[in-house]
Structures are given as structure tokens and as C-alpha cells.
Write a new protein. Sequence first.
Length: 216
Amino acid sequence: MNGKVFALEDDASISGLIRVALEMNGINFEAFSNIKDFNAALEKSQPDVALLDIMLPDGSGLDVLRAVKARYPSVSCIMLSALSKEEDKVNGLNLGADDYVAKPFSVLELTARVNAALRRKKKSDAITIGNLSLNCETMEVTLDGQRLELNKKEFELLKYFMQHPGKVLSRDVILLEVWGYEQGETRTLDNHISRLRKLGITNLETVFGVGYRLSV
């Protein structure tokens, strides 16, 4: 099974064991021993699954979890921790973790959990809201069963809205997340919204003074 996994783990021996197990299963693997390097890699590309230790030399994996889920909600996060009490697991899951594995763990079990996460992600590559469907893998969008022809940026914009249905998204946030601008000319965004509406996506609502919302 193909897929990409990032591991934030400061114990090199543990990272090494995980690497061997996952790469034997055809899974691409990158390991990081500190939060700074992990975040830098995450800015360049996102994995399908992130394995996050909690107790790290430069911070808490729980803070990393919050940040990953806020910016990249489609990344599946599995916590790896020596904190194995029930309340520790519940806390991690309540903060958005998709799974929680207590140390010490079997690499065979961890591999099975990673494969399960990859299968779930593959199934979730298609996002459907009402009569609108978007496939993240094939970049195909259909409305009432009819395919829409979108350019890359239109697709990324619509995908971002469909990942946050019903949520009011400010212009600044959209420009940052879709275009990578911290601040910028909003006319580009408005033109893309207008184009999507002309294609029939009429539930893209303007929230005056703030931004836009995909109503559900």
C-alpha cells in the first residue's frame, strides 16, 4: 500500500524500527526528532499519516496535534506515547488524534494501524456535500452528476471550502491557505469565487466584512 508517513519521534531507535516496518510495506517514511524540523517539512508537503510523540525536547506533541489538525485536517494523526493511562488517551483523542498507541508497542500492530489509517484516507478522498462531489485524488468535481471543468487553483479553493463546510472563512485565511499569501489583493479571490458560482456552485455565500462560507 502506497502512502506517506511523517514521524515526530526523538528516539532514533524507535524511528529506525518504524522505518523498516513501514518501508517493507511500501510506505514512504520520513522521521524528525524535533518540532522545528517537522513543521518545516510539513510546510513543503503534507503526509497521509503523522506519528506524533508527546514528550519532545522542544515542546509537546499535543500542541503539534492541534496545529496539524487546524491547518491540515485531512492528515491522520496517531499519537505515540509512554503516557498510557486512560485519561492520557482520552485527552489525545479529544484533541483530534485519530488513534493513540502506547509505548512500548509492537511495530506490527503500529504498521496495521497505519495501514488502516491509509485505507480510511483513501476512502475519504471523495468529499460530497449535497449534490456537489469532489475527488481529491483525481481532481474531478461533479455537480448533479455533471463534471465541472476547474483549473488547479479553482479546485484547491473549492476543496478548502468543502473541507470546512458551514464555517465562515475570512479572506486573509483563504489567501494564506490556498494561495500562500499572508496578505494580498483580494480581487483574485473574489474572481475565483465568481467563477465557481457561474459554474453552478451557488451556495458559496458572501459574509460581508469577513469573507465567505460554503452553506450546507
